[in-house]
Design a protein around this ligand. Sequence first.
Ligand SMILES: [Zn+2]
Length: 247
Amino acid sequence: MVQKRRHLEHHPGINPEPFQAIVESVTDVGVILSESWCYPKGGGQPGDTGVFRQGDEEHRFEEVYANSNIIHPVSGDNLQAGQEVECVIDSNRRNILSSMHSAAHIVSAAANERWGAITVGNQLGITESRMDLKFENRDDFDSNVLEKDSNHWVKKDSEILVHQWGREQIMTDDRVRNRRFVEKIIDRIGGSNPILRMVEIEGIDLCPCAGTHLSSTSPVGNISIGRVQNKGKGTFRIYFEIGSMIN
Ligand SMILES: [Zn+2]
């Protein structure tokens, strides 16, 4: 059975609360809990890190990832199946990554709005993130314009909302960018009524996303676009930083 990803229920995805869980099993790669609110690495967002508290002991876990279960890599093996632990997620790290993720949606949408650019890859980091943008005509791109457009949306303090939507609602909404791509995701989920988690930034963006986000755009702080690398095939890799006020 595939373990539930409870972080999906968490919006805004900042200041995650410590939670209690039972150690279900201790494997070579890490600990599996009865349930976990940790974000598992994916979609360009690094996984959560944190500690398990058990009595007076603390066990640090490294970047969480998922296969069919959510794996919390723990060094040392003082934990045993059946024990109850308190799981404390590193909230500063989660908060910065949530800000970065919200910033990434803004940058991606701004580049699509201005040049029709498609985001073909991204990797969020603590101090710097990057995004690969594919252009129809790359010569039109201007990083100063992208920075200005992005900060326009930051300053608007647009609300960030999370929806659970079915195929019809998604495919009939004109605000969804790159609908062909979204339809492929819906097809991949399959079933009679596939539901997608849609993240909306009011006025600029609406796309499927399993990441963690802020509740509105202004706490992202100033977005600064840094170096730009040529990745060939009409694609630029752009790096950006944020002046996030949350940490
Ligand atoms: Zn996202």
